[in-house]
Design a protein around this ligand. Structure first.
Ligand code: NAD
Length: 432
């Protein structure tokens, strides 16, 4: 069969309505739309549809109370076509292999949108980090690292923080990996503390990236940031950093939720005070001068910017029609389902997709990796300047594809990303 006649339309049937949200199915459908648009060769399509590698590990640690407990963890490498796999590690009771596969694929596309020399990976451990001591988390992290040690490394797969992991977690990973190879290898993970060869600017990197992209999105719509109202779902690393940056730029944050509940104040919440409250109490709940609110109410609030910054699938077919924001800035990965996307498109809401919007984190991770490999370090100012120019260039690249082909920003970002990875695969000549 000739290459031309072998081309087909790729169709994964959508999940039946009654089935639960499946992140990898969502990621596959997003990829397939771009594959169809680009008329990808079948061998390229097949190589990019499934992850290259999926590792499941079982970890055993002794808890502080003396009980021996086992935990399941994953590391998925979706693609290493353009460079080592890159992507975070999540600790969550709801983590699953399907979630890791989706998040790993999104990392491949995100790195391609930013034109970084990485593929995509993701890892997770099923655990309840909010009910574990620091000692238990340290032991679990070291066990997990030893279990995935053979497939990670500075030129193979470079983990980073994600939900409920942080710079300390990355330091433990760097240590377990370094002990196993026999020398300090900081380039095996990013998002480390600065005193362990982490990068300046990493802690706020995803927030800064979101902020630069929001500035561009406002410019694109002819809006001024100042005086606008924002609602933020999730107040961890991503949610709190974008909150502080837009507050400083003169926006009002009217509502914030986290896993325990939420708060509303139509006159504005101070994210700096809120951050202090969260570090004292562990949650946004009970912040002075605020009313309680839930995720569904937050999503339907009259505001200019809706910023999902927690987990996947929060904006879906049941609530998308209630969105009143002009811009959805996706801080989280996969917060909007495909069905919701269609509804939002009809409503004229500008959705700045995750694989573009929240790429500030991986961009600074890339800079951290470059610094670690060279043992030569940049100032925070240099990091921010490089991040700003990369994020703004990516936004312009996506808008150019969107305008040329009359696509949404998400469709355009996927077309751009998939075409970049496909071009690399074709150049490598890996035809099946
Ligand atoms: P985090 O653990 O620091 O914070 C997560 C926040 O979301 C917490 O406030 C938590 O309480 C809240 N949350 C969790 N489930 C919730 C729910 N059902 N409803 C409301 N709030 C909920 O995690 P993070 O690093 O800020 O990551 C948040 C999202 O951003 C994830 O989707 C992650 O994949 C994505 N992301 C993170 C980075 C990064 O650099 N950390 C980069 C890109 C994308």
């Amino acid at each position: 069969m000739s290459q031309e006649s072998a081309k087909i339309k790729y169709i994964t049937p959508p999940l039946p309505k009654e089935k639960e949200y499946d992140p990898f199915m969502e990621a596959t459908l997003q990829f397939e739309r771009a594959a169809n648009f680009l008329d990808l060769d079948p061998w390229i399509y097949q190589r990019l549809k499934y992850p290259e590698k999926e590792l499941t590990v079982h970890l055993v640690i002794t808890l502080d109370n003396g009980r021996v407990e086992s935990f399941t963890g994953f590391r998925v490498q979706h693609s290493t076509v353009r460079g080592p796999a890159k992507g975070g590690i999540r600790y969550s009771p709801n983590a699953s292999l399907s979630e890791c596969k989706a998040l790993a694929a999104w990392m491949t596309w995100k790195c391609a949108v930013l034109d970084l020399p990485f593929g995509g990976g993701k890892g997770a451990v099923i655990c309840d980090p909010l009910h574990m001591s620091e000692n238990e988390l340290r032991k679990l992290t070291k066990e997990y690292t030893l279990a995935i040690r053979d497939i990670i490394g500075p030129y193979k797969d470079i983990p980073a923080p994600d939900m409920f992991t942080n710079a300390q977690t990355m330091a433990w990973i760097a240590d377990a990996y370094s002990q196993s190879v026999g020398y300090l290898e900081p380039a095996v993970v990013t998002g480390k503390p600065v005193h362990l060869w982490g990068s300046h600017g990493r802690a706020m990197a995803t927030g800064y990236g979101l902020f630069f992209v929001l500035q561009e999105a406002c410019r694109y719509l002819g809006l001024n940031l100042e005086g606008k109202k924002a609602a933020i779902l999730g107040f961890g690393n991503v949610g709190s950093s974008i909150a502080k940056l837009i507050h400083k730029a003169g926006c009002q944050i009217i509502a914030v939720t986290d896993i325990f509940g939420g708060i509303l104040n139509l006159h504005g919440l101070d994210p700096f005070e809120l951050e202090k409250h969260v570090s004292r109490t562990g949650s946004v709940v009970g912040f002075p001068n605020s009313e309680p609110i839930d995720n569904e109410t937050l999503i339907s609030l009259p505001c200019d910017f809706l910023i999902p910054a927690a987990c996947e699938g929060q904006i879906h077919r049941e609530n998308a029609a209630n969105v009143k924001a002009k811009i959805i800035l996706e801080g989280a990965n996969g917060p909007t389902t495909l069905e919701a996307d269609e509804i939002l498109k009809d409503k004229g809401v500008l959705v700045v997709p995750d694989i573009l919007a929240n790429a500030g984190g991986v961009t600074v991770s890339y800079l951290e990796w470059v610094q670690d490999l060279q043992r030569y370090f940049f100032s925070e100012e240099e990091i921010l300047k490089k991040t700003e120019s990369k994020m703004k260039k990516a936004f312009a690249d996506v808008v150019a594809v969107a305008e040329k082909h009359q696509l949404t920003l998400r469709e355009a970002a996927y077309v751009l990303a998939v075409s970049r990875v496909a071009d690399t695969l074709a150049a490598l000549g890996r035809a099946a």
